[in-house]
Design a protein around this ligand. Structure first.
Ligand code: PMP
Length: 427
């Protein structure tokens, strides 16, 4: 496979961009080698600057659930662009997207749009603190909630991949209000809450963990969190930046029938443009300026292009059969990979909820960050590079999800499984 142009661009990029990338995990640090520079993408395919094509299971880390450049979304963005790209004044489009979100996720009675997941989480926590008049938050090891200072404690893949246990530049004073518990461990969580609840504003959780590979919640975990937070005057925040509109039309809260107080969305609701959202019960959300005293603002919040892309994406996802198709393709991929691993005698622990999945190179079971970390990252790196050379683009880290899109065809899945059979035999 020719990679000269990517290599040249990576060398050039490193002269002006830290590490040559604008988000760390793109740099292939944990799997070694050089990142591919992408020229364009269409459907299930990425095309790099050397003319190679890849079946893409990263999908921009989740947003591209319709595949790349779906005609309806692209056309709507073009039309919106012709009407101006930002006004700094309200539009009807924003009501339309907020309403679609509220209809799909009834716990989000009011919704505020922002420009990234990080910003949405930061804002949701601010309002949770204001509402409860408490400063502390409880998060789970291996869950990532964006890069705001006080959330960079035990935050999963990106940091682990780079081996940054604690981030320099974050004062201890900022993280002292952040408690962490192991994911899926209700007993430890309960102990922490019982001891500290007077200081704790909220529990924040990825209801399906997607930043330490994919780890589904145990049946009692999320319901237990709901009960504990209710009993102790704390808010429950679901960070559905990945799971929102990924696991079904709605989110993990729809799938598991749990009503969080606040929900965070991103990725899919922007159709590949920069968007985040947070929302929840009216009495909490009314505390946000200008209807209340909690300040939060954004020059590009509710941007007409991003909102248009989000609306068109959700319209397509709402069509009957969409999530059934995603499920079928994902089952086929997951079963094919599992069979290939068994045949090759490679221990693989597979996790999956709908079209988000992971294959941990370990005997398993994988239920939390400690067990995820047992995965053989060297074996993953070897697998990753063989797949890349065969034209299959997986996440450049063991601790990330693979995503399937509406654009992946049965042929794509078959080709991926054949490549995996060969790669696993060679490990
Ligand atoms: N929360 C979760 C669960 C995420 O996966 C991410 C990003 N991968 C974020 C928050 C942060 O979102 P963003 O990168 O848009 O700031």
């Amino acid at each position: 496979m020719k990679t000269q142009r990517s290599e040249q661009l990576f060398a050039d990029a490193q002269l002006t961009i830290p590490g040559g990338v604008n988000s760390p995990v793109r740099a292939f640090r944990s799997v070694g080698g050089q990142p591919r520079f992408i020229a364009r993408a269409k459907g299930s395919r990425l095309y790099d600057v050397d003319g190679n094509s890849y079946i893409d299971y990263v999908l921009s880390w989740g947003p591209m659930i319709l595949g790349h450049a779906p005609a309806t979304v692209t056309k709507a963005i073009q039309q919106a662009a012709a009407n101006g790209t930002s006004y700094g004044a309200p539009t009807e489009l924003e009501i339309h997207l907020a309403t679609m979100i509220r209809e799909a996720l009834p716990s989000m009675e009011m919704v505020r749009l922002v420009s990234s997941g990080t910003e949405a989480v930061m804002s949701a926590i601010r309002v949770a603190r204001a509402y409860t008049k408490r400063d502390g938050i409880l998060k789970f090891e291996g869950c990532y909630h964006g890069h705001s200072d006080y959330l960079l404690a035990k935050a999963g893949s990106g940091l682990t991949t780079l081996g940054i246990p604690d981030c320099p530049g974050v004062p201890e004073d900022f993280t002292k209000h952040t408690l962490t518990a192991p994911y899926n461990d209700l007993a430890t969580t309960e102990k922490l809450i019982k001891k500290h609840y007077r200081q704790l504003a909220c529990v924040i959780v990825e209801p399906i963990a997607g930043n330490m590979g994919v780890i589904p919640p145990s049946p009692e975990f999320l319901h237990g969190l709901r009960k504990l937070t209710d009993a102790h005057g704390m808010l429950l925040i679901f960070d559905e930046v990945i799971s929102g509109f990924r696991v079904q039309y709605g989110g993990a809260q729809t799938l598991y029938d749990i009503k969080p107080d606040l929900t965070i969305l991103g990725k899919i609701i922007g159709g590949g443009l920069p968007v985040g959202a947070y929302g929840g019960a009216k009495d909490i959300m009314k505390m946000i300026a200008p209807s209340g005293p909690v300040y939060q603002a954004g020059t590009l919040s509710g941007n007409p292009l991003a909102v248009t892309a989000g609306i068109e994406t959700l319209k397509r996802l709402k069509k009957p059969g969409t999530y059934e198709q995603l499920e079928q393709r994902s089952v086929a991929l997951s079963e094919g990979l599992g069979n290939a691993a068994r045949k090759a005698g490679v221990p693989l622990t597979q996790t999956r909820v709908s079209s988000m999945m992971c294959a941990f190179f370990t005997q398993g079971p994988v239920t939390d960050w400690a067990s995820a970390k047992k995965a053989d990252t060297k074996a993953y790196a070897k697998f990753f590079h063989q797949m890349l050379d065969a034209g299959i683009y997986l996440a450049p880290s063991q601790f990330e999800a693979a995503f399937v899109s509406v654009a992946h065809t049965p042929k794509d899945i078959d080709r991926t499984i054949s490549a995996a059979q060969a790669a696993l035999k060679n490990l």
